[in-house]
Write a protein of this length. Structure first.
Length: 447
């Protein structure tokens, strides 16, 4: 197949800098409307960790509430030292001078894309915001398919082909994103793929942005993340945040680890310049709590461990429901996402007028109150019948239920989680049934 058919060959016109509200946030709002209309909903669109903040972290934040000065643009020395320790314990020795904190890793990623400039190669599929941010910078994204079941890393051979072809057409591709582990697929690319990515990045002089926000949520405790920073330290930026493993997305705190050497120092100076003009510094009280979090006291390590096990149990149970309904589902390896492909039941969907991922997500939302996101939100072609299903908002509607889920030996047996799984099973068997159910007789009528 020629390259142009495999990779998203966008025109060399600059992309529009206008962007609508992020797909995840929009789906969340649509689901909220359904809920207000009294429709029983299964909220599986929004990638929020769905767990309460640990009491020790709350205490740290409360104690730091009096910190009202701006502080250094790069973040407080205590936070940078703690983040450096966090990475060092993961086999990435880190100089605190090369750590920059910001209000969420999303803001840091955007700052990085702005200063690196040029187009960015991103995995297809990949997290909704990379391509949207690349469009906002005015340069745009080059989607490169991943290897089968190795979501998060553009197939290195296709990357080399795509970047060379794009450059021949006068396009200026300067960086590549890897998501390890991945959102939307819940998969973790293997070491050999990451090594090859690094070789290709070196050959083509690409900077690597390794988004490792789900690093601590790999389901199997003996499986490790191979960061590109191990194999191409001179050209890899690593980002992470408090949002996922510590379920504190709303606190808005992320950190970036810049490469060593002259290039890394120049990047740091530019990032600080950009940060100083946009956010000045990350919120000071949150920085204090983040320093505590990245120092990894035993109670937080245990908490993250429990969260990891809960995410694994529920993602596994949700994946099993999709598999039973005839979908092809890459086994979830990390985070709280499942990425089923309805291609094997495409004929049955077509009988119901569903021919695209977006139509499938719409059917599930409108008829059943099941919120998901279509693969097209992640850069997949419209006809791909793939959905990103986030499983973590099934843990409960109150902190009490979510804590019980965290404590439970077998969380999928808890009545409210079991009910959601049963409902999902019934919805999926109806949607993929050989005899389509007439709209009026659908499950939505009975809740
Ligand atoms: C892959 C990935 N990267 C980055 C982010 C942004 O996280 P934050 O800005 O909360 O640090 C998210 C959030 O959904 C994500 O899924």
């Amino acid at each position: 197949m020629p390259m142009s058919e495999r990779c998203d060959a966008r025109p060399s016109e600059p992309p529009s800098r206008r962007t609508g509200i992020s797909a995840t946030l929009a789906a969340n709002e649509a689901l909220e409307r359904k809920r207000r209309e009294g429709v029983p909903v299964l909220p599986m669109a929004f990638g929020e960790a769905g767990l309460p903040v640990h009491p020790a972290l709350r205490r740290e934040l409360a104690d730091a509430a009096g910190r009202n000065g701006y502080g250094p643009v790069a973040g407080s020395p205590e936070l940078r030292a703690a983040a450096a320790g966090y990475w060092t314990r993961r086999g990435l020795p880190t100089d605190p001078e090369l750590v920059v904190a910001g209000p969420g890793s999303k803001a840091l990623l955007f700052g990085l894309l702005l200063i690196i400039g040029g187009e960015v190669a991103v995995p297809q599929p990949s997290w909704v915001s990379y391509a949207a941010q690349a469009a906002l910078t005015g340069a745009g994204a080059l989607f490169v398919p991943t290897r089968p079941d190795e979501g998060g890393v553009p197939d290195p051979e296709l990357l080399a082909e795509a970047v060379r072809a794009a450059r021949r057409r006068g396009r200026d591709v300067r960086s590549v994103v890897a998501t390890l582990p991945d959102n939307p697929t819940g998969r973790l690319a293997g070491e050999s793929t990451v090594r090859r990515l690094c070789e290709v990045a070196r050959e083509l002089d690409l900077l690597i942005i390794s988004d490792e926000i789900y690093r601590d949520l790999v389901h199997a405790s003996d499986e490790t993340v191979s960061s590109p920073a191990l194999f191409a330290p001179e050209r890899t930026v690593v980002t992470t945040a408090l949002s996922k493993h510590l379920a504190a997305g709303g606190w808005r705190l992320g950190v970036a680890r810049l490469p060593e050497g002259a290039a890394g120092r120049a990047l740091r100076a530019d990032l600080l310049g950009t940060a100083s003009e946009i956010w000045s510094c990350a919120p000071a009280p949150i920085q204090r709590a983040a320093a505590y979090a990245f120092s990894e006291p035993p109670e937080l390590v245990e908490h993250v461990d429990r969260s990891r096990r809960l995410h694994a149990a529920v993602a596994g149970a949700v994946a099993a429901r999709f598999t039973a309904a005839g979908c092809r589902v890459p086994a979830p390896q990390a985070s709280f996402y499942v990425y089923p492909d309805f291609a094997p039941v495409a004929d049955r969907l077509a009988e119901q007028g569903v021919r695209t991922g977006a139509e499938l997500a719409e059917l599930l939302l409108d008829r059943y109150g099941v919120g998901t996101l279509p693969g097209s939100a992640f850069g997949e072609p419209a006809p791909a019948l793939r959905l990103r299903v986030a499983t973590s908002l099934l843990y409960g509607e109150s902190d009490e239920q979510r804590l019980a889920a965290l404590e439970a030996e077998d969380p999928v047996e808890l009545p409210w989680i079991a009910r959601s799984l049963d409902r999902l099973e019934r919805v999926l068997s109806e949607v993929t049934a050989a005899e389509p159910v007439p709209a009026g007789a659908a499950l939505s009528a009975v809740g």
